[in-house]
Ligand binder design. Structure first.
Ligand SMILES: [Zn+2]
Length: 430
């Protein structure tokens, strides 16, 4: 079976200067510097533990022209995503979110047998599968062959390719144009942002709609979500920056919704500038809200780093205190964000005995950098730890529900972000 890879030596890029991924302006201002870190998804097998690991800077910059928060591309993206360990369907709440989206958007746009829905980075078909019972034709585009294969088994036509203008031209040449293009949590992972957005413009019918979901920068800043920063995420978006991106490529933003997913996301709706679709009031409201919050000022971005340093000190102080009391801690989850947190804070096996994950592809392997073993969820029942540190804190509600039984032995949960919080499942709701 095609399992977790990305352990081969990476194609490393060295560029002295960095030009903004969106506007091309020279970018030099720091948003936050999280030091050196291995690639978050490069989980290791047992025989790789003694080998040298590649570390790359996690130094995030902000463009003073368009305010796109961004990471330089240190590693070739084709290298990261061609064989990927992330299967969306392992998160129950994410699949439910996808299902209600499909039902809502089919109704809103009146999609039917003659429509075409294209999802970019369609993963294992977690979303497109819900269009099948609605009789809406779909096409998935997914660069990771191992993940795309799972989608194909569900009967979802999937092309194993990176999306951009070249791919869009190919589809248009085949006579395929989209009524709806869906991009959930993909924009951040695109190194050539302008080529990607230009490709969507090419592929979209004149009155078609694009919906994009991405973690909202405002929430990242306000809730200390520094662990959502990793090498695979090249860009971090505010609404005002997405608006500039839309205009640059001949789109207009026609609606926006705030969603609870991934710590707080935006779902934005784009249409061709010439389209007849009306612009909802929510668009102007969101722009003025971000303007009032200072998202057109460099100082707003520059204050984030100290917040991150304080969060690190608070988490370490708490973990040191409970270890000094002789308590045992294990982790829950081995997501990308967990690895940024563990590596940046220096939390290794001296704090956490092991972590668990529902994805069997990760079992028997080790987290990058900190080398914490990853087991099946049942390892928690066997070890009965005093504390379970929830690494995918965006799924805290789901995890606390599923693991409520740790209260049988007096176990409690620790949620590290936005600040350390202890949840006793015997007395508290998540
Ligand atoms: Zn820029």
């Amino acid at each position: 079976m095609n399992v977790v890879a990305t352990t081969k030596p990476h194609d490393v890029r060295f560029e002295k200067t960095h030009l903004c991924r969106l506007c091309g302006h020279r970018v030099e201002d720091t948003f936050v510097d999280l030091g050196m870190s291995p690639l978050c998804e490069s989980i290791l097998s047992h025989d790789q533990l003694d080998a040298m690991e590649q570390y790359f800077p996690l130094h995030v910059l902000v463009c003073r022209n368009c305010f796109l928060v961004q990471l330089r591309e240190y590693v070739n993206a084709a290298n990261i995503f061609s064989d990927y360990a992330y299967f969306s369907s392992y998160s129950t709440s994410w699949v439910a979110h996808a299902k209600s989206y499909c039902e809502m958007i089919s109704k809103r746009l009146g999609l039917g047998r003659d429509s075409l829905v294209v999802e970019l980075a369609s993963n294992d078909g977690y979303l497109l599968q819900h269009f099948l019972p609605l009789n809406v034709p779909v096409l998935g585009i997914e660069p990771a062959a191992n993940v795309a294969e799972v989608a194909a088994q569900k009967g979802i036509p999937t092309r194993v390719e990176f999306f951009g203008t070249a791919m869009a031209e190919k589809l248009v040449a085949e006579g395929r144009l989209a009524d709806l293009i869906v991009g959930n949590n993909v924009l951040a992972q695109v190194p050539d942002l302008n080529d990607f957005v230009a490709g969507m413009r090419r592929l979209l019918k004149p009155e078609g709609i694009i919906t994009l979901e991405f973690p909202h920068l405002q929430r990242l800043i306000e809730e200390n979500q520094f662990d959502t920063i990793y090498h695979e995420h090249f860009s971090y978006f505010s609404f005002v920056t997405i608006d500039q991106m839309a205009v640059k490529h001949g789109f207009k933003l026609i609606d926006v919704e705030e969603l609870p997913s991934h710590g707080g996301s935006l779902r934005v709706y784009l249409a061709h500038q010439a389209s007849e679709r009306r612009v909802a009031k929510a668009v102007a409201d969101m722009i003025s809200r971000e303007r009032d919050l200072g998202y057109f000022k460099l100082a707003t971005y520059a204050s984030f780093a100290e917040q991150v340093h304080r969060t690190k000190r608070q988490l370490l102080a708490f973990l040191i205190k409970i270890k000094d009391e002789g308590k045992t801690i294990c982790g829950y989850g081995a997501p990308g964000k967990g690895n940024t947190l563990l590596n940046y804070c220096g939390v290794g096996k001296d704090f956490i005995d092991f972590t668990v994950d529902r994805n069997p592809h990760k079992h028997g392997r080790y987290t990058p950098g900190m080398h914490i073993p990853i087991h099946d969820v049942s390892a928690i029942d066997a070890a009965k730890p005093d504390y379970v540190l929830i690494l995918p804190w965006n799924l805290r509600r789901e995890i606390v529900q599923q693991m409520r039984r740790i209260s049988d032995w007096g176990g409690r949960f620790i949620v590290p972000i936005p600040e350390v919080e202890v949840i006793d499942p015997a007395t508290q709701q998540p």
